[in-house]
Ligand binder design. Structure first.
Ligand code: C2E
Ligand code: CA
Ligand code: CA
Length: 730
């Protein structure tokens, strides 16, 4: 109840003030008008009395005139006795005296003097003269009526003069009254204008006040709404509400109380959160290092396992155990031991990376949970191995403690896991047992839990090291697989790499290209392939049977992405003197999509230099017309997986038909790879495909075999069909 009255007051107070002020002003104006009006009315009344008086004079003097006339007539006719005449004389004298007093009074009145001084004087003088002649006339009337008539005529003359003065006074007074009326009217209209103006001002003020208070109130409401939303959505320990704090200080009414309530509410939430945080900290964090404890690590393991399921990725747990911590503790005391642990925790924290979890399992044991590793277990192991090497290098750096340089080492056990890992205690247990293996192997090292994995990883590391030397040791070979047109004429070859390993023999690219890509060696290898292919092109130029052949070279994403890739290709072409029009680069969809803008740029520059592009393995990736349209391609290569079953799988046939139609629509050539049978070739041909590559025409072969094949010396070595070679067009 009280609250709503206060709210009304807040709005009504300024409004009432304006109204009060307006009323006071109007009252003041009206009462001043009234005073003026009263004064004017009094003057008016006085004027009117004077006018009335003046008017009565004429009437009263007329009376005297008539008596005089009667007296004169009676005297002349001799009907009136002397006594009667004398009586009349005294009546007339009395009347004139009375009139004389009134005239003097009138003429002496300030009013008449005010109106016109000369007229007042004139009026008095004329009346005096009139009276004198009338009295003289009545004096002699009984003795000599003729003289009385003459006197009377004189009196008449003065009476006329008197009348002129009197009517002048009357007209002056009426004029004055008229002016007064006009003045009165103008005062009234003045007041009317003022009141009207004031009305407008008051109205404007009221509107402004109403608007302002409404605006203020709504701004505060918004502040309150904002604060409520902040309270509802904030998650931090502190909830800043500056607008509400300000409102609390500034406002005493409802808003002040609402603000106070909100602030209390906020403080309560903050207090509760703080308490929750403390409890959480105690339950899930190690008090010494402030790192997650084993319990929280388990939670994170669950989460990581879910992510593995969703992304089909691997995760790993690393357990790092300080070497010889017991010795440090025993010789230097626990306090020093704690300092070492804290320093190590700090260092590890900087090294683990944002998406990984570092935990302190207690004692001198730490754990790291590494997420988002590759789908392929071996690749994931390789990734985590590189990661561990990096972490251990950081641990290895000397630590400054109490003016003393300290070197610490850790032994690390690693366990990989993925969505198939059911018991999430296992990765921890496995990492721990691997850690003991590492300790047994001489500390300051790491071990994988899976013994097979450990072996494979070691093999892989060995292979990588060997591959590093393969280029220098001239162990790489380029094989060529021919590509034919619809008349079986050889139009070109695809260059396919082999590694002639000293122990393992001829190794296919899939056993070492992924390692080369991971380690970056692919750049060096790619350069070698390109140079070798260009040298071959140059070499063939001299041979009329081969000079029209093109060579298709596979380019890895990592290679193609290099800023200097274009320059490098052009340099190799220039150095070898090969014809750029005979060089075709094969890109895969994933290479192209990785950074489509740079890809297009590189493709355009190279195409301008005469090179051609083929989209390898088409159909296995996105195969979207959308991006295909944007790429400056020359050819599309139907992936061998579709060709393999084209005869028996209707779906594959439909896909192949679509790819061919799409290519034709974009004006691109089509080639099918992996063609092994005549049937496949014929079906592809019937669908509009006019270029082929596959075992049907020839396997990837070393150069001398291809040369021989092209020379037609050993046709039977490859296939029973007779082979033709493209003839130079010039
Ligand atoms: P790719 O580019 O799709 O090469 C075609 C692969 O299919 C070759 O395997 C070839 O031997 C094989 N092939 C050809 N015709 C037939 C056939 O009729 N039937 C069957 N079943 N297979 C056939 P290869 O030589 O093992 O090469 C594998 C992959 O290695 C290549 O796939 C390519 O992605 C990569 N690669 C090869 N050489 C290089 C290179 O110099 N640089 C790069 N970056 N990658 C290369
Ligand atoms: Ca290829
Ligand atoms: Ca391919």
């Amino acid at each position: 109840m009280k609250a709503s009255r206060n709210l009304q007051l807040l709005l009504l107070l300024p409004v009432s003030l304006v109204v009060l002020f307006a009323l006071l002003f109007i009252y003041g104006s009206l009462s001043s008008v009234k005073t003026q009006y009263d004064l004017a009315s009094a003057a008016q009344t006085r004027d009117l009395l004077v006018i009335e008086d003046a008017a009565r004079f004429s009437h009263d003097i007329g009376q005297v005139q008539r008596q005089m006339a009667t007296a004169l007539e009676g005297a002349q006719a001799g009907i009136l006795t002397e006594l009667q005449l004398y009586r009349m004389h005294s009546v007339i004298v009395d009347d004139l005296d009375a009139l004389g007093r009134r005239v003097r009074q009138l003429a002496d009145s300030e009013l008449v003097i005010d109106a016109n001084h000369d007229s007042a004087r004139g009026l008095l003088d004329e009346f005096e003269s009139y009276r004198r002649f009338v009295i003289m006339s009545t004096d002699v009337i009984a003795v000599n009526p003729a003289v009385a008539v003459t006197f009377m005529e004189q009196a008449q003359r003065h009476f006329r003069e008197f009348s002129i003065f009197s009517s002048r006074i009357v007209s002056l007074l009426s004029e004055r009254s008229q002016q007064r009326n006009i003045a009165q009217g103008s005062v009234l209209s003045d007041v009317y204008a003022r009141v009207l103006f004031l009305g407008f001002v008051a109205l404007a003020l009221l509107l402004a006040i109403t608007y302002m208070s409404a605006h203020r109130a709504s701004a505060r409401m918004l502040d309150i709404a904002d604060a409520l939303s902040t309270l509802a959505h904030s998650e931090g320990a502190k909830i800043p509400l500056p607008a509400i704090e300000k409102m609390h200080h500034e406002s005493k009414g409802e808003f002040g109380r609402i603000a106070a309530t909100l602030l209390t509410f906020r403080n309560e939430i903050e207090r509760r959160r703080h308490a929750e945080e403390e409890a959480f900290q105690l339950a899930f964090y190690d008090p010494l290092t402030q790192l997650p404890n084993r319990r929280l690590l388990r939670e994170r393991l669950h989460h990581a396992s879910m992510m593995c399921d969703r992304l089909d990725s691997h995760a790993a747990v690393l357990i790092l155990d300080l070497d010889e911590f017991k010795r440090i503790n025993d010789s230097r005391g626990h306090a020093f031991g704690d300092k070492v642990l804290t320093a190590l925790a700090k260092r590890l924290k900087l090294a683990v990376g944002e998406n990984n979890t570092l935990a302190h399992l207690g004692g001198d044991s730490f754990a790291i949970l590494v997420e988002s590793l590759a789908t392929d277990a071996e690749r994931a192991a390789k990734q985590v191995e590189r990661y561990t090497t990096r972490i251990l290098a950081k641990v290895d750096e000397p630590i400054q403690l109490d003016d003393e340089e300290l070197r610490i080492t850790v032994s690390t056990g690693i366990a990989l896991f993925d969505k198939r890992t059911e018991d999430l205690d296992n990765p921890l247990k496995h990492a721990e047992s691997a850690m003991y293996q590492a300790k047994a192997a001489g500390r300051q090292t790491f071990r994988f839990y899976d013994p097979d994995m450990q072996t494979r990883l070691e093999a892989r590391i060995l292979l990588e090291n060997e591959l590093r030397l393969a280029v220098e040791r001239d162990q790489l070979r380029l094989f060529y697989q021919i590509q034919v047109d619809e008349t079986d004429v050889v139009r070109g070859v695809e260059a396919l790499i082999r590694w002639e390993h000293p122990d393992k023999g001829l190794m296919p690219p899939l056993t070492f290209i992924p390692i080369a890509e991971d380690s970056g060696l692919i750049l060096q290898i790619g350069r070698w392939v390109l140079r070798t292919a260009c040298e071959q092109l140059k070499h063939w130029e001299a041979d009329p049977r081969c000079r029209e052949l093109s060579i298709a070279v596979n380019v890895s994403a990592r290679q193609f992405r290099q800023d200097d890739f274009v320059a490098e290709v052009l340099a190799v072409l220039a150095e070898t003197g090969a014809d750029s029009r005979r060089l075709k680069l094969e890109l895969t969809e994933s290479t192209v999509l990785e950074n489509i803008e740079t890809t297009i740029e590189h493709m355009q520059s190279l195409r301008a230099a005469g090179l051609r592009f083929s989209m390898d393995d088409f159909g296995t990736g996105y195969s979207s017309l959308q991006y295909l349209k944007r790429l400056p391609l020359d050819q599309i290569k139907i992936d061998q997986s579709f060709v393999r079953d084209i005869i028996i799988d209707a779906n594959d046939l439909v896909i192949v038909q679509t790819i061919i139609a799409m290519s034709h629509a974009l004006g691109l050539d089509v080639i099918a790879e992996g063609v092994e049978t005549r049937e496949q070739r014929d079906l592809l041909f019937s669908q509009g495909c006019k270029a082929f590559q596959g075992y049907l025409f020839g396997k990837p072969e070393p150069l001398y075999r291809v040369d021989a094949l092209l020379a037609g010396t050993t046709p039977t070595a490859l296939t029973s069909s007779t082979r033709a070679v493209a003839q130079p067009s010039d």
